[in-house]
Design a protein. Sequence first.
Length: 94
Amino acid sequence: MSTTDLRIVKTKAKLREALKDMMEQIPFDQITVNDLCTQAKIRRATFYKHFKDKHSYVAAILEHINQQWTERQEAIIESYQGVWQRQIGEVCLE
């Protein structure tokens, strides 16, 4: 069971959706934290409780994506571990 507060999960989901929608319309450098919060329907104080600025927010998104990718790659490698061991064993026995 996750110990992450559901309010935090929902806030971050709203921010991700708001940023995605805004970046389809305007460049990132023109997006302000105020604009992002208005679009996400959250208070700026809530944003700043979790992030220093919009750049640290994007860095957190990228870190999360990288973590997910790494976990998926590790799972794939682990699932093939037995296959590789059998193939190496077969090659060594030839």
